[in-house]
Design a protein around this ligand. Structure first.
Ligand SMILES: Nc1ncnc2c1ncn2[C@@H]1O[C@H](COP(=O)(O)OP(=O)(O)OP(=O)(O)O)[C@@H](O)[C@H]1O
Length: 274
């Protein structure tokens, strides 16, 4: 049954430079609640512009030239994101949508414990929580992402890259968003750690019911984690299909080309994490 979280219609973004770059062209898609949607396509095809654009995270020279983005809130309200002012959008983003950036683990403050950094998220966005409630919530978050509450007092340099990235995921989870946008979240990590983290993201979305937009160049990885995959080329979505269908019966010639460019895919397929 269809239960959309985000409806994107005829969405276009132009970088107003000379000559102008039509980075996203008339994209229409519906993201389902609890779904992991992979955005695939070669560098420069517009994945990041699309994912940032729907959250209105783009700055000049980017201009949204057409389209609408409607967020179907769990409360039953339908929010037209284009109609929100800057402050409303900022609050909305923190509460409902969170982001994990590539290399986010390096964004942790090196001189503050990870517990204190998690605590800050609640301090700023949930001012009504008591100190004890915040501490309990931070400990629970570290347990959820399998870093473990005993690391609350650890400094970032005392953790491995994979653990630091898990801490970033914990931060992104903190306010229980309905949508998580992940931009190459595991690219800097080795393959085994990557797999572990992906498996966990997949489990967590079942547990918490959030949707994920997952951006990466790594199509084999997307095939493992995504429910559906949107293949982008030159600003357009050329194919959008369930992961397995896309792999077994790619419809668009570009999808076939993209699949063929990953030798890993011609061998035995990795273990499905879904
Ligand atoms: N600030 C900018 N000014 C002008 N053009 C830009 C700007 N940012 C991005 N572009 C152009 O917009 C197009 C889409 O870029 P975008 O970063 O969205 O692609 P991408 O698929 O996410 O690429 P990558 O995987 O390399 O991050 C590209 O042609 C890029 O050169």
């Amino acid at each position: 049954m269809s239960d959309p979280l985000l409806t994107v219609r005829d969405f276009s973004v132009v970088y107003d430079v000379e000559p102008p770059v039509e980075a996203v062209k008339h994209v229409t898609l519906e993201l389902q609640r609890g779904e992991i949607l992979g955005l695939a396509g070669e560098s420069g095809c517009g994945k990041t512009t699309l994912a940032y654009g729907v959250q209105r995270l783009l700055r000049a020279p980017a201009v949204i030239t057409s389209g609408s983005v409607v967020f179907h809130d769990a409360s039953g309200e339908h929010v037209d994101l284009n109609a929100l002012d800057v402050e409303q959008m900022r609050r909305f983003r923190w509460d409902k949508i969170s982001m994990v950036f590539q290399g986010a683990m390096n964004a942790l403050n090196p001189v503050t414990t990870i517990g204190a950094q998690l605590d800050d998220v609640f301090l700023v966005h949930r001012p009504d929580m008591s100190r004890l409630e915040r501490r309990a919530a931070c400990a629970k978050l570290l347990d959820i992402v399998a870093v473990g509450r005993e690391r609350l007092r650890a400094y970032p340099h005392e953790l491995s890259g994979g653990m630091r990235q898990r801490v970033m995921i914990a931060m992104a989870l903190a306010l229980r968003p309905q949508l998580m946008v992940m931009d190459e979240p595991t690219t800097a990590l080795d393959v085994l750690v990557q797999r572990e983290i992906l498996r966990q993201i997949s489990q967590l979305r079942h547990e918490f019911g959030f949707s994920v937009i997952f951006i990466t160049h790594d199509l084999p990885l997307l095939l493992e984690i995504s429910d559906r995959i949107a293949v982008m080329r030159a600003g357009e979505i050329v194919e959008l299909a369930p992961a397995r269908q896309l792999w077994e019966h790619p419809q668009h010639e570009y999808t076939r080309k993209l699949l063929a460019s990953f030798p890993r895919l011609t061998g035995e397929r990795g273990v499905l994490v879904r």
